[in-house]
Design a protein around this ligand. Sequence first.
Ligand code: LR7
Ligand code: MN
Length: 602
Amino acid sequence: MVMLYYEKRVENVIFFSFNNNINIQNQLHNNERYIRQNYQSSNKSYDFAKSMPTMEVIVGYIRKDDSYQNNVKLKPFELNHNNYSPIKGEGDLGRPVNVPFNYKHIISKYWSANQFNLLASDIISVDRNLSDVRSNKCKNIIYDSISSQASVIIIFHNEAWSTLIRTIRSVINRSPRRLIHEIILVDDASDREFLGQTLELFIAELEIMAKLYRMPQRSGLVASRLLGAEKANSEILIFLDSHCECTPGWLEPLLDRINSKKNVVICPVIDVIKDDTFEYSLGLPNTWGGFNWKMQFRWYNSKIRTNKKRLTYDTPTMAGGLFAIRKDYFQAIGTYDDEMTIWGGENLELSFRVWQCGGSIEIHPCSHVGHVFRKNSPYTFPGGVMPNLNRNLARLIEVWLDSYKNFAYFISPDIKIFKYLTNISSRIDLKNKLHCKNFDWYLQNIYPENYFPNNYTYFGKIIQKNTNLCLNAKVGINGLYSQLSLIECHKLKSTNQLFIFKKNGMIMTEEFMCLDSYELQLKNPNIMLEHRIVLRLCDYSKSSEKWTYDYKTNQLKNIWNNLCLTVEKNNFTSLWNLEMKKCSVTRSTQQSWIFSNISWIT
Ligand code: LR7
Ligand code: MN
């Protein structure tokens, strides 16, 4: 049964469907294959449980080097052609697909259009099974008191067929029917042909009620989710990106938590579906969300946030795409800032708002959903990437950052101009109406691990006394390739030379990295042990990342080994080496450090 509805706000026809028995799926599968039938999957043994956990970063708009990256523009017929043609067993249980070498050029050709390996996705069934990745503790929980149903909202713009349908099928295949009221799809003005009528016919066949709404013009993820939320008919909304896969038992924990706490945003653990092989791999446990001064979302990983009293744990921010929330609570806290366009910023905005206005954001370790992490955005940003993103970030900063505002603009001057070009008064009104707490409260109480100048002893450069040499932290995303050095102090143009000496003794820099000292194990036991100073992901439990500063001698002492940060000149390279040496007055020039405080409130 297919019912057609017309809607004022949405130009296009809306489909409203229940299962009927027309098997159109077979027709869809009969597409021309570009994979030869005799394609053999690799027989590599694959032990799911042992696969290395990973942590990926949302990059969205950032252009990174990539071996598959190319500038090939697909011809319209190539873009519009749906090549989904599953091969039995391929990718089953989350195994990686290994595409033979002679297909590399095809992968590469189709990469830019989706920013993932379309060929791998297209040979994996949209109904592939995934392993039950939950811990035994999670598996044993019986959820018998869930009283509400969910509307699952999936928004998309030019998503590939196989990834979109696999998202939908994974919801249907792995959710108890009684807990799902409907699936709501919102098409953000896609122009790929198979997302038109073919999709409408496909959803008409689903065994769960599914509705498809279309945005009249490209609007971005906020407007699309808002439409989906407005149309949803059940108590609980669950948002998913259009390239996700739900694993067994993903739904119940989310609903259960909302059952016992009304004003909560609850997120699953987001696992990684690899963009090249479509392997399902577990994310690192105890992962939680933070952000940096550029207002970029970041995953951090440490046990500090696990909760002894309940299974869920608090996260200062959420990634944004995958979460459950009560519809009435979503409305009560002001849904989304509907002037945020295309992509970016809305995840932090909702995070700050929920926490500052009385709610909480939590991650449920028993709910696992995979997401295809991409290194670039595949789609266009009408009006340009930076104007969209920076306007969104200006709105976020203006509404929520209070006295930290100018510092954020100082770090990202390109955002500032947009504060004059956008009107935030309605969001300020909302903030007042909800009596939300300020950003300082948020940083101190919800995000004490922050790298913002707050609750600190010092904030600024660390200079070797009587020189113009500064500690310099070169930090990569997630701490990769981090390097600490002593180089000439520069004018404040980046955060590399800005350190926060926290009240608890940690010296922190960008990306949740802390100064830490360790003992180098030398192979030759006759040589004295060497102690080094490095940048490590902050941990909170280690005394080796705690420091004291002696105001009189200007020495910086590590609490764990009682050694002082010392400068030695390397005679070979004539660079300055940073070492950990016994604190001594005879080394006073090498061990004297000055903290130059920076006034960050302007
Ligand atoms: O104009 C657009 N219209 C859309 O409908 C742009 C995007 N979209 C859709 C798109 O098809 C997708 O389904 O919106 C969804 C999100 O877009 P992505 O997949 O390009 O975003 P992302 O996964 O790179 O980015 C993350 O940060 C975004 C910030 O705006 C959003 O909050 C995304 O939902 C969010 N994704 C996740 O949280 C998934 C897990 C990532 C992690 C960890
Ligand atoms: Mn995504």
